[in-house]
Ligand binder design. Structure first.
Ligand code: C5P
Length: 222
């Protein structure tokens, strides 16, 4: 592990969905499998990094040599991410964080009574933007999954969240993205972009990590 592109560096990866409790037996979530984040963590280990994976609920094995912290909600994921920051050179936010959570978690199971039930949701904290605003901040990488205007939205995220790199993913394209084994992405950073070829999540993860290592070195002037 001494000679990889990330040798000696500490990387934190968020992965998977978050789960936002509604009552003691129900939650709101999404279909993220966590595969891309876990593949990135494996690629980080292979590149020589000390790697921490902060994962929402997924059914994946922990990659070898990865320190894993399991979380449920976005608020838990934020707390675990902030706790990891003192030992983090590169932060990669791959998790599909729920944008909203129920305003209240009912103490007892919600009973069916009326024909309609209205839920009030409140915004969740933006984890990657919070990390990017920390001082000192790690080299911060976000993902953008969009069904249209991918590159424009991705560049907007790069600027608004003050990221160092965005991995843009067209989730409308057939056979790639959420829950599939293949993926194709474009990398964007301040002043440049590069499309990576469609391939399996494992080899794509290695390509993404190689480019993150190069951008990290360029940003640090090494
Ligand atoms: O704004 P949007 O959710 O499309 O941005 C996606 C990127 O932001 C991903 O890197 C995701 O992990 C991160 N994110 C986050 N916390 C949120 C929402 C998104 O870290 N609450």
């Amino acid at each position: 592990f001494e000679h990889g592109a990330l040798a000696g560096l500490r990387v934190v990866v968020t992965a998977g969905p978050t789960r936002e409790a509604l009552d003691p037996v129900r939650y709101l979530s999404n279909h993220s499998s966590g595969k891309m984040g876990f593949a990135l963590a494996t690629a980080c280990v292979d590149a020589g990094a000390r790697t921490t994976l902060i994962s929402g609920p997924v059914t994946l094995e922990t990659p070898a040599h990865v320190a894993r912290r399991d979380v449920e909600s976005a608020e838990d994921m934020l707390a675990a991410s902030l706790a990891a920051l003192p030992a983090c050179d590169i932060f990669i936010a791959c998790a599909a964080v729920a944008d909203y959570r129920p305003a209240q978690i009912a103490g007892e199971k919600i009973k069916k009574e009326d024909e309609q039930l209205t839920l009030t949701l409140v915004r969740n904290p933006d984890i990657v933007a919070t990390v990017a605003a920390a001082e000192p901040r790690p080299f911060t990488v976000g993902f953008a999954a969009e069904t249209r205007d991918l590159l424009a939205y991705a560049r907007g995220k790069l600027e608004r969240k003050r990221l160092d790199l965005v991995v843009a993913n067209d989730v409308a394209a057939e056979g790639i993205g959420f829950n599939s084994d293949d993926n194709a992405v474009t990398l964007l950073w301040p002043g440049g972009e590069e499309a990576l070829p469609r391939t399996g999540k494992g080899s794509l993860a290695r390509l993404i990590i190689e480019r993150i290592a190069a951008r990290y070195a360029a940003a640090r002037g090494t």
